[in-house]
Design a binder for this molecule. Structure first.
Ligand SMILES: [Zn+2]
Length: 362
């Protein structure tokens, strides 16, 4: 009970701070002796620097920026606020202990846009006229963590058609993880190589430290090669029994899969009437709907919807969790698409967008 409460409060607090952040949020880059922060502006502006004791305030004339606030992963600066009134804006940078030299300058881009740059600390070089920013560094550190679970692995290759499931799930998970990291969300993988894991081991990763979401990635298959489309599952009693054989398959298949599915069914019935589990289920459903919506919008695949069934790996009562069937690997059109880099990028972007929207990072 206690664990869930603090987890939920943490989620709300961080969510509130980051709510609405996105394009207007400044990006930060840590260098050995200084931090560079960059604020993108719709056009060239005039600005004035006002020194504070524990903050640097920059008045920006003639541009109304959306309100923003957040943290920096920086030695010199702890966070920022953007506010606006009367058509002007103010950008406040919060300084960690000890004031340091700094410079503020504006770079005009050829497309008419501009970037306001603050170097906080000792830079030693001339003020740049163009910026070559490292690509890897991310905007905001959100303190959020998502566990990505690439289905199958090792001797368990999952479905085998135009793609091998264990290969696709790992590849797509890594693409999703990269996008999450770009938005300041930590991505943790249950496996990052071609190894076999037990479902229990995978599920335990959802309870290691704070985990804001658990996402298991799979590929579907059907006896008939005409079945196609994308579906996303949450853990609960199925409304219709059509996905039962899929649950058995994803729970290990054969008699073991049957046994694990039975066990999951018992766990699910024990959760009925549990308020915490119910609110977690609502969170899982909300994530599933966002992810499924993005997947369908971006791929134009057949929408098989958000469903529930006894998938053991997402059985958590306290962590929002979903299982995505990214498509049918044995469908002659969809299966071939799943084999391409371009389609995997589309899938990954949709999944990451859905997760980030759920976490209110985007
Ligand atoms: Zn699978």
């Amino acid at each position: 009970m206690k664990r869930f409460t603090s987890h939920l409060l943490g989620f709300i607090a961080v969510g509130a701070i980051l709510f609405g952040s996105g394009r207007a949020a400044p990006r930060s880059f840590q260098y050995p002796d200084y931090t560079r922060v960059v604020l993108d502006l719709p056009r060239s502006i005039q600005f004035k620097v006002l020194e504070g004791s524990s903050s640097l305030n920059i008045a920006i004339k003639g541009v109304s920026l959306p309100a923003e606030s957040g943290f920096f992963d920086s030695r010199e600066l702890s966070g920022f606020r953007v506010s606006s009134s009367g058509g002007d804006s103010k950008w406040t940078l919060l300084i960690r202990k000890g004031e340091k030299p700094h410079r503020v300058f504006l770079l005009k881009d050829p497309d008419g846009k501009a970037r306001l740059v603050v170097d906080y600390g000792t830079t030693g070089g001339p003020t740049p006229t163009a910026l070559n920013l490292p690509k890897a560094k991310t905007a905001l550190r959100t303190n959020m963590r998502v566990v990505l679970d690439p289905g199958h692995g090792g001797t368990d290759s999952g479905m085998n058609g135009y793609v091998m499931e264990k290969e696709l799930t790992l590849d797509v998970a890594k693409r999703v993880g990269k996008l999450l990291e770009d938005s300041g969300v930590e991505a943790v993988y249950t496996r990052s190589t071609d190894t076999q894991l037990t479902l229990d081991y995978r599920a335990r990763q959802a309870n290691a430290g704070t985990v804001n979401a658990f996402v298991s990635i799979h590929v579907n298959s059907a006896a008939s090669s005409s079945a196609q489309g994308i579906e996303t599952f949450v853990f609960r009693r199925p409304l219709d029994k059509s996905s039962r054989s899929l649950a058995v398959k994803e729970n290990g298949g054969g008699t073991q899969g049957e046994a694990v599915t039975k066990k999951a069914e018992t766990l699910a019935s024990n959760l009925i009437g549990n308020l915490l589990a119910s609110s977690n289920l609502e969170l899982s459903r909300s994530m599933a709907q966002r992810v499924q919506g993005k997947l369908i919008a971006n791929t134009a695949a057949v929408n098989r919807g958000v469903k529930s069934d006894y998938f053991y790996v997402i059985r958590f009562a306290h962590t929002p969790a979903i299982l995505i069937e990214t498509g049918f690997g044995n469908h002659p059109v969809e299966g071939r698409k799943l084999a391409t880099d371009a389609y995997r990028d589309i899938l990954a972007e949709a999944i990451a967008d859905g997760i980030l929207e759920f976490l209110k990072v985007k």
